[in-house]
Design a protein around this ligand. Structure first.
Ligand SMILES: CC(C)(COP(=O)(O)OP(=O)(O)OC[C@H]1O[C@@H](n2cnc3c(N)ncnc32)[C@H](O)[C@@H]1OP(=O)(O)O)[C@@H](O)C(=O)NCCC(=O)NCCS
Length: 158
């Protein structure tokens, strides 16, 4: 791992986390910039499809450093986003977030995780490959502002 690895406390996202989660997303050009309602809806246990939303607290500082969200349609799930604040990247926090997410997905009978990512998002592509995701196709001109293809990736959960 490049800089010093950090221990994280991974826990479910709550309404009290929304300001910080939106702040992290806004600070990262490659993170989705959804309106607050989208994040808030992910916390609604009765919504369909069901979502799992987690945050990573940096154990040393207690700062909420990252988050991940997935929507569940067992036996599949979509990893909708995962993001870590710029100053705390490459310390294993996103990996710890995904490992906890994957455990929760397996408990919900999810066997396959899918995702779409901007084809030019090299850091995310490298991260997903490091987790074991494999290329699963491409969606032409899937994204707007700027227009760009989506790379599709897939991971079978053990
Ligand atoms: C992608 C992202 C979540 C990774 O978070 P992170 O906490 O830095 O990732 P980790 O430290 O857990 O990295 C785990 C492994 O992924 C790979 N990886 C992560 N970032 C990488 C990068 N910038 N370049 C190359 N490989 C990378 C490495 O193999 C790394 O292991 P190593 O550090 O031991 O080499 C982070 O870069 C980010 O928030 N990016 C902006 C938002 C985004 O693009 N999200 C995805 C689309 S929604």
């Amino acid at each position: 791992m490049s800089p010093v690895a950090r221990e994280a406390r991974i826990r479910p996202m709550t309404a009290a986390d929304l300001d910080r989660v939106i702040e992290i997303a806004a600070s990262l050009s490659q993170a989705p910039h959804w309106p607050r309602e989208v994040y808030a809806a992910a916390l609604d246990a009765d919504a369909a499809p069901r979502r799992i939303a987690l945050v990573a607290e940096d154990a040393a500082s207690g700062i909420t450093a990252g988050f991940a969200m997935a929507s569940l349609t067992p036996p599949e799930a979509e990893l909708e986003t995962i993001a870590v604040a710029a100053g705390l990247q490459r310390r294993g926090l996103a990996r710890q977030l995904f490992q906890t997410l994957a455990r929760a997905l397996r408990q919900q009978q999810v066997r396959v995780t899918l995702l779409e990512v901007r084809a030019s998002n090299e850091q995310a592509l490298a991260f997903y490959r490091a987790l074991g995701f494999e290329a699963a196709g491409r969606r032409r001109r899937y994204y707007a502002d700027p227009i760009e293809d989506a790379a599709l990736m897939r991971l079978v959960l053990d």
